[in-house]
Design a protein around this ligand. Structure first.
Ligand code: NAD
Length: 426
């Protein structure tokens, strides 16, 4: 039986739209490699239409009270929960994230975040400044106008909502550019925003490749700010393109996050934290624990328990409620991760778990990478230095806390780190 392929339209100026040249792109379910839908492959024409619609809608949206905008956000939050099943299934199908996660984490958190923005917007104030008795000096917060939101695929809905909530409550209109591989939840969110009472043109979506649609949005003269989350290389490119029109740019970029286990740590707690930090969302998290520094006195004990716990993680069909680890989001990403694994083996890292492509009935056609752990790593190895963005972990020993700090700081990234100890003085 061949599955039905749904043709999606995007949302521009409150209308459902295809690309003007009719181009579409396939949306592939990474759990089994099948095409589940097609989405418009927009170009600069649709970017121009979307920005024009957002520009037209901006004065009216900006003139609403925060209370009025807040009500739209709260309604959208309610509609998201009313459509929980549909949104969770859609995200699982386009991204591969297990249904137990999309149902219990991603979609409910989208709704909660909109409640947060609806509330926090009411608390934003300006300031008065004591310049002197001869003048009254004050700051007033004003909307920027049209904001471009460029999002990554690792949490398709949540990454949109974090940006959307902040932009809308402060009176801006938006053009969202979701990733080519996971645009469906974004389109659905824009439809729900209309239903929630956002006037046409306040939320627009342009689906299509970053190099064309994304760059057109970044360079558009009527876009005042770009909010971007994604790869560091892309962030640099966006920053440089935005400079031609001196746009504001907000960048949230990659990480290679250290997980440091000190000599006095509770090993069982550290292992529990490590399994979650390393494998949540199949390791496709900017703040994922990825390079581990473990004090030599408990390296063997930690490693044994971590490998044992990781070996029991259930991976496979993400639509199964028991599944904890889904596939990675697309085939080329799986191939890239496998390249890292092969080079780590050649570089002399000690493969302790995984490292092979899974081949069970429910994984053989999907883009799966088994939880993979390398021991005996050193800081000069590629797997300790590059963001892999998958379920691949590198373990390294250290002797002193000073050495752990130096190893942690020896990175081109800055994002997050965690320290496991029973003594806060550490
Ligand atoms: P990516 O940079 O490849 O793509 C992100 C978005 O940018 C996509 O919508 C893409 O189409 C678009 N894009 C690509 N090239 C572009 C260009 N030249 N001009 C304009 N837009 C362009 O990143 P990704 O692979 O989707 O996401 C993974 C990355 O995101 C990882 O590095 C991860 O660490 C990072 N990330 C960071 C955070 C954070 O909060 N710091 C959160 C999530 C993900």
């Amino acid at each position: 039986m061949s599955a039905q392929i749904i043709e999606y339209k995007t949302v521009i100026a409150g209308e459902r739209m295809s690309a003007s040249d009719g181009a579409t792109m396939p949306i592939i379910n990474p759990a089994n490699g099948t095409v589940i839908a097609r989405a418009p492959k927009c170009g600069s024409n649709e970017v121009n239409l979307a920005v024009a619609a957002a520009l037209k809608a901006a004065p009216e949206w900006a003139s609403k009270t925060v209370g009025e905008r807040s009500k739209v956000l709260l309604k959208l939050s309610q509609l998201i929960m009313a459509n929980l099943n549909e949104l969770a299934r859609l995200e699982t199908m386009e991204h591969g994230s297990p249904i137990r996660k999309t149902m219990n984490f991603d979609v409910p958190l989208c709704a909660e975040q909109l409640e947060y923005f609806a509330g926090v917007g009411r608390a934003l104030t300006g300031e008065t400044l004591p310049v002197g008795p001869w003048c009254t000096s004050m700051t007033i917060r004003e909307p920027l106008g049209v904001v471009g939101l460029i999002t990554p695929w690792n949490f398709p809905a949540l990454m949109v909502v974090w940006k959307l909530g902040a932009a809308l409550i402060t009176g801006n209109t938006v053009v969202v550019k979701p990733p080519s591989i996971t645009p469906l939840t974004t389109i659905r969110l824009a439809e729900l925003a209309l239903e929630a009472g956002a006037p046409p043109g306040v939320v627009n979506v342009v689906t299509g490749p970053g190099e064309t649609v994304g760059e057109a949005l970044v360079q558009h003269p009527d876009v005042t700010k770009i909010g971007f989350t994604g790869d560091t290389v892309t962030g640099k490119r966006i920053m440089s393109l935005a400079s031609s029109s001196v746009k504001q740019v907000g960048l949230e970029l990659g990480g290679k996050n250290a997980f440091i286990v000190l000599a006095d740590a509770d090993v069982d707690s550290a292992v529990e934290g490590a399994v979650f930090g390393a494998f949540f969302n199949t390791g496709q998290v900017c703040a994922a624990a990825s390079r581990f520094y473990i004090h030599e006195s408990l390296y063997d004990r930690f490693t044994e328990k971590f490998v044992e716990a990781s070996s029991h993680l259930k991976y496979g069909d993400p639509m199964n409620m028991e599944t904890v680890l889904g596939p990675v989001a697309y085939a080329a990403h799986r191939d890239k991760i496998e390249g890292y694994i092969e080079r780590a083996k050649k570089a002399g890292a000690d493969l302790l778990l995984g490292g092979e492509r899974p081949d069970t009935p429910d994984t053989k056609d999907g883009f799966f990478v088994a939880p993979t752990v390398f021991g005996s790593c050193s800081n000069d190895m590629e797997i300790m230095r590059d963001e892999i963005f998958g379920p691949v972990i590198a373990l390294c020993k250290f002797k002193t806390n000073e050495e752990a700090v130096a190893l942690t700081n020896d990175t081109k990234y800055g994002l997050s780190a965690s320290v496991w100890t029973k003594d806060l003085e550490n």
